[in-house]
Design a protein around this ligand. Structure first.
Ligand SMILES: [Zn+2]
Ligand SMILES: [Zn+2]
Length: 256
């Protein structure tokens, strides 16, 4: 069966709400939880390789007890988002509210796919940057964001070690809204969701993989007042990219 035929079979067999819910849950399980499991098991399965690629020192890494606590909070947050999404989709199904995404039999063109994913990446950076800076204000920080900063040397699942409010406002909404606003094809949103989850697990992994993707967010967990965004665009505009700190860190790593 070709990909198009399989997609069309799904469209005629299941409701759009069911397709959206189960595909999002599957993508989260594979791209966030599966990838995080690989990152977190590396120090146990390949200690030398792991130590060679970790960005921060061994003594700063979380203990097994802390990892377990982190897992419980991240799992609770995943369940919270799944429940919210299920409730929202059930309501839409009952009331006949159409999905903001396009469920068309034809796949989006390559040009549309690339264009929507690039725009969504920028919109997500803008939304995450300002939500994150708001969370760093004196009033909001202790209530909503201090929890996420417990790990100064983060691990992949620490990406979802947050309060419910932070998880909804800073993590979930900026991933759903950009493609919903553009009325993207559901396949585009699924690919965007997968990309963002791989990114969020990797940027919190504490490893120098994928061209040192984690360095930027690691810098935020270490220093608090730089690197607030996701891809660096808003940090570049607001001059919060911590370039001097990054340079110092690279020099330190070289001299070790
Ligand atoms: Zn973080
Ligand atoms: Zn922060």
């Amino acid at each position: 069966m070709s990909l198009t035929a399989a997609w069309n079979h799904l469209l005629v067999t299941y409701s759009t709400q069911k397709i959206q819910f189960y595909s999002a849950a599957l993508i989260q399980t594979i791209c966030f939880w599966g990838l995080s499991a690989i990152y977190i098991s590396l120090p146990y399965l390949a200690p030398e390789f792991s130590a060679r690629h970790k960005l921060q020192k061994e003594e700063k890494q979380p203990t097994k007890q802390e990892l377990w606590e982190c897992f419980k909070v991240a799992a609770r947050n995943t369940a919270f988002i799944w429940l919210l999404q299920a409730a929202h989709l059930y309501r839409s199904y009952k009331r006949g509210i159409p999905s903001p995404f396009r469920f068309e039999a034809e796949f989006p063109s390559a040009a549309e796919l690339i264009c929507h994913i690039c725009i969504a990446t920028i919109i997500r950076d803008i939304m995450f940057y300002y939500a994150h800076r708001l969370l760093h204000t004196k009033t909001l920080y202790p209530i909503f964001h201090k929890k996420h900063h417990r790990f100064t040397a983060p691990v992949a699942i620490a990406a979802q070690y947050t309060t419910f409010t932070e998880h909804l406002v800073a993590n979930a909404i900026p991933i759903i809204l950009p493609c919903a606003i553009m009325r993207s094809h559901i396949i585009t949103w699924m690919l965007f969701l997968a990309k963002e989850l791989v990114s969020t697990a990797t940027t919190h992994s504490g490893y120098d993989f994928m061209n040192g993707w984690a360095r930027f967010h690691d810098l935020h967990h270490e220093n608090f007042n730089v690197a607030f965004g996701t891809v660096g665009l808003m940090d570049w505009i607001h001059q919060t990219d911590g370039k001097v700190l990054q340079q110092k860190k690279r020099e330190q790593e070289k001299s070790q």
